[in-house]
Design a protein around this ligand. Sequence first.
Ligand SMILES: CSCCC(=O)C(=O)COP(=O)(O)O
Ligand SMILES: [Zn+2]
Length: 217
Amino acid sequence: MKDDAYAIDRDRLQECARQIADAGRELGARGWTPATSSNFSMRLDADHAAVTISGRDKGRLGIDDIMVVDLAGRPIGTDARPSAETALHTQVYRRFAQAGAVLHTHSRTQTVASRLYAGAGAIRFEGWELQKAISGYTTHESVLDLPVFPNTQDMAELVDRVDAWLDAGRPLHGYLIDGHGIYTWGRDMGETKRHLEAFEFLLACELDLLQLRGKQA
Ligand SMILES: CSCCC(=O)C(=O)COP(=O)(O)O
Ligand SMILES: [Zn+2]
């Protein structure tokens, strides 16, 4: 055990691990976490998060598949390897003081949409009632942009792209990574799941429209 490990609230960690495992089971059952893909996290306190261990089956998580990192992504109290994409989770907690959970999944809809809209750099949702499922959106008469960032194995590069979007003052509630999947977050696990479901639904609607109209993105 490293010293910092003693500062973690064990009850909070247990509760977050339970919520992460429950979310994984739910999302895995929907087919959104194929082949060990996806990763999940929850904020533990101002300086730490609970995150899934790399390579685990995210649809069958137990308490032991979740570990603690600090907001620089360093493991706390364990030699386990955190998600390969931990930097994207800790970035959310650093940039959004209110963020309490982050979900990353690889559904077919998310992945296909990411490829179709990569050239455009973003998908713009307009006129959909379900935009109101994203916190802060109160009407379908709004514009909701979901950026698509190029995929890379270099997490620092992705972190820079997300920082650049935010530093330009653009609202951000989630993003796609080309050929990869989606990231979204919220105040707690409930809000984060709602955001994920809303983006999945909105993406599916846009893909349906394209298909029905026989158009390119
Ligand atoms: C087999 S999926 C490739 C890695 C990935 O995109 C993912 O979401 C899971 O990575 P982790 O290290 O979090 O297991
Ligand atoms: Zn992934």
